[in-house]
Write a protein that binds this ligand. Structure first.
Ligand code: PEP
Length: 250
């Protein structure tokens, strides 16, 4: 009942020609895919070129970040209208690298989620625990706080515009994937939390992606988990062959 959703986060990789080559390759390879929602999230400066390259294909475009204000004196920031103007459908809010490298707080992430929804973009709210938090048995507390604060003020009418991405920080870019059971446990906990915050109906419908060293070899077993509805993919989204293989596995 939940349509799988696989998104590629290119992070700070590729150049202009490489972005277009990857986007065009995916558009061609995935032209007939309709059972999975697919998005790619290139760096800001290549969004327009990537939008052009995937135009007319099932591949949608997302941004890796945004600012919550509409316009004005916010040097270096990018607004939701600008993202829509260059063809974005989605935007990632609260990726762990934004939280832990750049220092974004739950409050800032929440403002971004709400501004994204208001503008008509579909936010992907990324959450996940650090290794030391998992080792201290704090995974559920950390993720619950990030989800609850990230969604504060998001109404029942809007909540299904949000995708939640569970990305254990210790699994991102490390080659260490969460086991399917570890992913399922946290996904089920998040779905239960959404039922408490909204309703069982909303919880049954909201999509929860897993992210953290997902690749072609582990896609099937992750996607076989009942509460894993998709993937947010970093490294493996940088090659046409790998990313399209993952999508065709689903
Ligand atoms: C990510 O950037 O969201 C991610 C999950 O990266 P990787 O797949 O490389 O671990």
């Amino acid at each position: 009942m939940r349509k799988p959703f696989i998104a590629g986060n290119w992070k700070m990789n590729k150049d202009s020609a490489g972005s277009v080559e990857l986007a065009a390759g995916l558009a061609k390879e995935l032209k007939d895919v309709d059972s999975v929602d697919v998005a790619v999230c290139p760096p800001f400066v290549y969004l327009q070129a990537v939008s052009n390259a995937v135009s007319g294909s099932p591949v949608k475009v997302g941004a890796q970040n945004m600012y919550f204000e509409a316009n004005g004196a916010f040097t270096g920031e990018i607004s939701t209208d600008m993202l829509k103007d260059v063809g974005c459908t989605y935007v990632i809010c609260g990726h762990s690298e934004r939280r832990h490298v750049i220092g974004e707080t739950d409050e800032l992430v929440n403002k971004k989620v709400k501004a994204a929804i208001e503008s008509g973009l579909l936010p992907i709210l990324a959450v996940g625990e650090l290794l030391e938090e998992r080792e201290a048995d704090k995974t559920n507390d950390v993720v619950k706080t990030q989800v609850t604060k990230g969604l504060e003020g998001v109404s029942a009418d809007d909540i299904l515009k949000v995708t939640i991405a569970y990305e254990p920080v210790w699994a991102i870019g490390t080659g260490k994937t969460a086991t399917p059971d570890q992913a399922q446990d946290v996904h089920a906990m998040i779905r239960g939390l959404i039922a408490e915050l909204y309703s069982q109906d909303v919880a049954d419908k909201i999509r929860i992606q897993y992210g953290g060293s997902a690749k072609p070899a582990n896609t099937a077993e992750l996607m076989a988990q009942p509460d894993v509805d998709g993937l947010l993919v970093g490294g493996a989204s940088l090659k046409v062959e790998d990313f399209s293989k993952m999508i065709k596995t689903v």
